[in-house]
Design a protein around this ligand. Structure first.
Ligand code: ATP
Ligand code: MG
Length: 247
């Protein structure tokens, strides 16, 4: 049971776009210290919208997203200090090497104390091979870029980490190593909210799994509740349920 207040909390969080597209419909969820929460859901379910609201890239239509006690749309700059983000398509500088990108983005984030050795160590920790550390990113694969994005998120050293489909570019071995890395970060006390299409990994590493459909959280279960359950069948059940309701 969670005894301290959550690091990430969505309270009746709702986002409606023009033409009445309800991208997110009254979402309530929380992620505490040392917890991994995975959001599953089909394309357009509202996962990225949820991340964007926690980062205040967009304003909620109603409700609130809270990071470390700070309501993101009330104090966006303060809230951003507590959260690191790895987007689905990590945007870094192709003409910079991996180490130069880490140096650039950590300095922009206000961390000026890291050394070249720190950068190399964190790159090894996320599984980027040594020979790539001083190569330009323009020659990197998607998975290699994602590893750099994850390294930058770790260096920001925030209580909360948001990851939007972080394993989408990783090969199976890198995916496995990534699961271990997430477990380490959880053990260090981070609150981790991740969106993913990888049902297998979601079940393997999450403390809580949520399934979203058309902006609604249609299922939420703890690791304990998922024991012995087939998450893929549950997922398909909730997708099928929605299709019948809206047919
Ligand atoms: N800027 C926007 N203007 C209008 N509608 C938008 C905008 N951004 C997202 N939406 C809509 O919000 C809904 C949720 O989109 P979102 O990107 O959150 O889905 P997702 O769960 O991340 O999907 P995916 O798995 O494909 O990444 C979709 O119906 C989408 O069309
Ligand atoms: Mg998305």
């Amino acid at each position: 049971m969670q005894t301290t207040s959550p690091v990430l909390e969505a309270i009746n969080l709702t986002k409606t776009y023009d033409y009445h597209v309800t991208a997110l419909d009254n979402l309530n969820l929380s992620v505490g210290r040392g917890e991994i929460y995975s959001l599953l859901g089909g394309n357009g379910a509202g996962k990225t919208t949820t991340m964007n609201l926690f980062l205040n890239f967009i304003e909620p239509s109603s409700g609130k997203a809270i990071v470390n006690g700070v309501v993101t749309h009330e104090e966006p700059i303060k809230a951003k200090q507590y959260v690191a983000f790895v987007s689905e398509n990590v945007q870094l500088y192709g003409q910079f090497t991996a180490v130069q990108n880490l140096d650039f983005f950590t300095r922009i984030g206000g961390n000026t104390h890291y050394t070249q050795r720190d950068y190399e160590q964190v790159l090894l920790r996320v599984g980027l091979q040594k020979e790539a550390h001083h190569r330009k990113l323009s020659g990197f694969s998607k998975g290699m870029r994602q590893k750099c994005g994850i390294a930058i998120a770790i260096l920001k050293n925030t209580p909360a980490i948001l990851l939007d489909e972080p394993t989408s570019g990783l090969d199976p071995k890198a995916g496995n190593e990534f699961s271990r890395l997430l477990a380490e970060l959880r053990d260090e006390g981070k609150a981790i909210l991740m969106s993913t299409h990888d049902i297998f990994r979601a079940k393997e590493i999450s403390d809580t799994v949520g399934i979203m459909n058309q902006g609604k959280l249609v299922m939420q279960k703890s690791a304990e509740e998922l024991k012995g359950e087939n998450l893929e069948s549950l997922y398909l059940h909730f997708m099928a349920g929605y299709m019948e309701e809206t047919a």
